[in-house]
Design a protein around this ligand. Structure first.
Ligand code: C5P
Length: 258
């Protein structure tokens, strides 16, 4: 693990922000985007996704420890990028650590690198670069308030169909109980770490059995997960179409009429 040195709190100074930990997972290959570089290093409005997310997290009041999980070969590049966007002052400690082959491994490595004092953890996908500070705060507040695992969720607006591999529609699915789930997802640290340890010790997971978010890791370990309202700005970058959508969202945030 490497630390961004100029932002470490002075030795012996009280670390008022220590209870919040954020694991930013940015170690994916981004093959579906096809940019030829890891997705978190793609630029949106002149800044990489890692820079957008770091800037939002290190602007959160109260401070804490941010661990950014990146491909091993990209660690020094990530450090160079984020050092420009971290506000000066001791409130946020920022570290960069190498990720794993699958998302859940990257989260586990990030948790292991997290400051021991962090007792609430938010896990966020770098692929959601515009997730606003209010969403981080809403999720963290609900974890603090309930002591439960908390995820942001949006109602599904489209009609949903069950479709066979040959493209033929089987049936319409009742969308009323369905939601689309985003990050940041928040957890009491011990609950999330125990769930990831259990998953890791169960041996290799194949193909479609991979958990695609941390709420599922907690649920597989028998934990309960609650929801709070999500935010359209937390849209995930997966394909080039998403990049165009995120560019438009960013421009509208910046007051650019387009
Ligand atoms: O691939 P996907 O877009 O679903 O990945 C979600 C997030 O998890 C991304 O921010 C990606 O960088 C991260 N990830 C990771 N390590 C992996 C795979 C994905 O940190 N091995």
């Amino acid at each position: 693990m490497i630390r961004v040195p100029e932002h470490e709190p002075p030795a012996g100074a009280p670390h008022s922000l220590s209870s919040l930990g954020v694991v930013l997972v940015a170690a994916g290959r981004g093959e579906r985007l096809g940019a030829g570089i890891p997705k978190a290093f793609v630029e949106l409005g002149g800044r990489t996704l890692i820079e957008h997310c770091t800037s939002i997290v290190t602007g959160l009041p109260g401070g804490g420890h941010l661990v950014i999980v990146v491909p091993e070969a990209s660690a020094s590049e990530a450090l160079g990028l984020v050092s420009h966007v971290i506000p000066s002052g001791p409130s946020w400690e920022v570290s960069v650590t190498p990720g794993g082959r699958e998302r859940h491994e990257s989260v586990r490595f990030g948790l292991e690198a997290l400051h021991p004092q962090a007792d609430i953890v938010l896990v966020h996908d770098a692929a959601r670069p515009l997730a606003p500070a209010e969403l981080f705060e809403r999720v963290a507040a609900e974890v603090r308030h309930t002591g439960a695992s908390v995820i942001p969720a949006l109602a599904v607006a489209d009609t949903l169909k069950h479709v066979a591999a040959d493209g033929v529609v089987h049936e319409t699915v009742d969308r009323a109980p369905l939601v689309a789930v985003q990050t940041p997802q928040g957890f009491p640290r011990e609950q999330l770490a125990a769930a990831h340890d259990r998953l890791g010790s169960a041996g290799a997971i194949e193909g479609e059995d991979q958990p695609t978010d941390d709420a599922e890791v907690v649920q597989r370990a028998g934990g309960t997960v609650r929801t709070v309202p999500g935010d359209i700005l937390a849209h995930k970058l997966t394909t080039s179409g998403d990049l165009a959508l995120l560019e438009a969202l960013l421009a509208s945030q910046n007051g650019d009429p387009r």
